[in-house]
Design a protein around this ligand. Structure first.
Ligand code: G16
Length: 543
């Protein structure tokens, strides 16, 4: 096999965001673009000779082409073996599971998560380390630095590998093992949850609907819910992964998963609904005519973890991202365990989990997971809920209301303003930062500002510091408004406003969140001059 060293010139825009490098497909299709980034990863991680790598993606447009290129580059860079999901498919949690199970050097995941796919959609690539989690900032920063000075990449002259049949193939001295993408993951799920109890629940007439949104979880959901748990085949919708996700936006929230929402809010609705995103790490949980916010979901999973076999031994601690509501903090307090507040991005949970400080983690961005892997995990969250429902034999709504009655309700909402000009978005953030002094102590009706700052985080394990992680305006009653720019979009900027207040009064727990948060919403719009600066009257998405 001939290995070619090809001269290249750097691209200047290969800075990984919240979760890897995400760009439009045509950007990745430029000559040497993918190759430059992949080589920058290989140069940075400096894997020992004959190391093993996991490789797969969410099946979006350009997945297969990218896999063939990366396989040939891995062979040229001295890897001994690459484990690839059949058809190039691996959900992000399954990739994390495989890295850990086979103790590989790391893995490359091809996904732009919840962003749309297709020839004009998004593509993405990220590196996960040997613990199975997204590379921490010191590695992604080093990859970016390397991408700015790269001068050559290495690639093997070899034929494409047959990705659709499982088995071992050779590229020179490197073995490519094409494996079933579902099996190891399904086994891990079976080891954590009481499948017999869930099977009995489903056999009792409890109806579920899972929306795979034409993305990667279809085959996983079919194996787990239908084959292993006995759910009827029509419990799963949009279950065939398509390169363009059927033209949809595979983001499991009330706006983009509207097909599922209509089913769960319609006549004769099933008892439980859930959706996952492009790469299978996000989840949305619905009851009959009822939506569970991701922040509440984390708190409820934590409060009920003792009902689930994999977590019966207790939780070491909980972690949540800063913009996520403090509902989980209340549960942690009741359990007498620590609760950590990190910046947005799953990569910040890895150190805490590796150090045994936390068992459950969650984010308002529809991500929940545990230390069973080092990624958030959509189907895991669905199974956790089903396990709780099987034991408690109550409706989703009843479980949530009982939770609020015990802990109080952290009323929560996120307003997203998507695809606004970057200048306008940066202008809003700058204005807020310039106003810190003026806002501290300011009175808005009955609310007075207690803290106003830009969130920064010192990792308690390795001492690394991350600054500029979102503007917080916290009032004396602990209600708060957070402004943050998304780090996952590819077009313009997405400005997120996170709103939270606490309601201890049970008689007000049924109130609509938008109504309950109306005062905070109007303060947010006022102090940010958002409408004037962006020309937007309404958010694009409200969750
Ligand atoms: C990624 C990260 C998450 C993060 C989310 C939102 O999710 O893995 O940890 O919460 O982005 O990020 P942002 O608010 O910056 O858009 P995913 O599912 O896109 O990989």
């Amino acid at each position: 096999m001939q290995i070619r060293t090809i001269a290249t010139a750097p691209y200047t825009d290969q800075k990984p965001g919240t979760s890897g490098l995400r760009k439009r497909v045509p950007v990745f299709q430029q000559a040497r673009y993918l190759e430059n980034f992949a080589q920058s990863i290989f140069d940075t991680i400096a894997a020992p000779p004959d190391a093993t790598l996991v490789l797969g993606g969410d099946g979006r447009y350009y997945n297969r082409e990218a896999i063939q290129i990366i396989l040939k580059m891995a062979a040229a860079n001295g890897f001994g073996r690459v484990l690839v999901g059949q058809g190039g498919i691996l959900s992000t949690p399954a990739a994390s599971c495989l890295i850990r199970k086979y103790r590989t050097h790391g893995g490359i995941i091809l996904s732009a998560s919840h962003n749309p796919g297709g020839p004009d959609g998004d593509f993405g690539i990220k590196y996960n380390t040997a613990n199975g989690g997204p590379a921490p900032e010191k590695i992604t920063d080093a990859i970016f630095a390397q991408s700015k000075k790269i001068a050559q990449y290495r690639i093997a002259d070899a034929a494409d590998v047959e990705l659709d049949r499982t088995g071992d193939y050779e590229i020179g001295d490197m073995t490519v093992s094409v494996i079933d993408p579902v099996e190891a993951y399904a086994e891990l799920m079976e080891s954590l949850f009481d499948f017999a109890a869930i099977r009995a629940l489903l056999a009792s007439g409890f109806r579920i609907k899972f929306d795979a949104m034409h993305a990667v979880t279809g085959p996983y959901a079919r194996e787990i819910f239908v084959n292993r748990l006995g759910a009827p085949a029509d419990s799963i919708m949009n279950a065939v992964p398509l390169p363009d996700f059927g033209g949809g936006h595979p983001d499991p929230n009330l706006t983009y998963a509207h097909e599922l929402v209509e089913v769960l809010y319609g006549d004769g609705a099933p008892d439980f609904g859930a959706a996952s995103d492009g790469d299978g790490d996000r989840n949305m949980i619905l009851g009959k005519h009822f939506f569970v916010t991701p922040s509440d979901s984390l708190a409820i999973l934590a409060a009920n973890a003792h009902l689930v076999p994999g977590y019966q031994q207790g939780l070491a601690g909980i972690a949540r991202s800063m913009p996520t509501s403090a509902a989980a903090d209340r549960v942690a307090k009741a359990l007498g365990i620590p609760c950590y507040e990190t910046p947005t991005g799953w990569k910040f949970f890895g150190n805490l989990m590796d150090a045994g400080k936390v068992t459950l983690c969650g984010e308002e961005s529809f991500g929940t997971g545990s230390d069973h892997i080092r990624e958030k995990d959509g189907l895991w969250a669905v199974l956790f809920w089903l396990n709780i429902l099987a034991v408690r034999k109550q409706s989703v709504e009843a479980i949530v209301f009982e939770h609020w009655a015990r802990f109080g309700r952290n009323v929560y909402s996120r307003h997203d303003y998507e695809d606004i000009p970057a200048d306008a978005a940066n202008g809003v953030m700058k204005l807020l930062q310039d106003r810190f002094a003026e806002l501290r102590g300011a009175q808005f009706g009955h609310l007075r500002v207690k803290v106003c700052d830009d969130f920064s985080y010192t990792d308690p394990v390795d001492g690394s510091v991350s600054t500029g992680q979102g503007v917080r305006i916290i009032f004396t009653d602990d209600s708060r408004i957070v402004f943050r720019l998304s780090g996952t979009g590819t077009g313009g900027a997405t400005l997120r406003i996170y709103l939270e207040s606490f309601e201890p009064d049970v008689s007000k727990h049924h109130l609509d969140a938008q109504q309950a948060l109306a005062t905070l919403i109007s303060i947010a719009l006022q102090i940010s001059e958002l409408r004037k600066r962006t020309g937007r009257e309404q958010p694009t998405v409200i969750t």
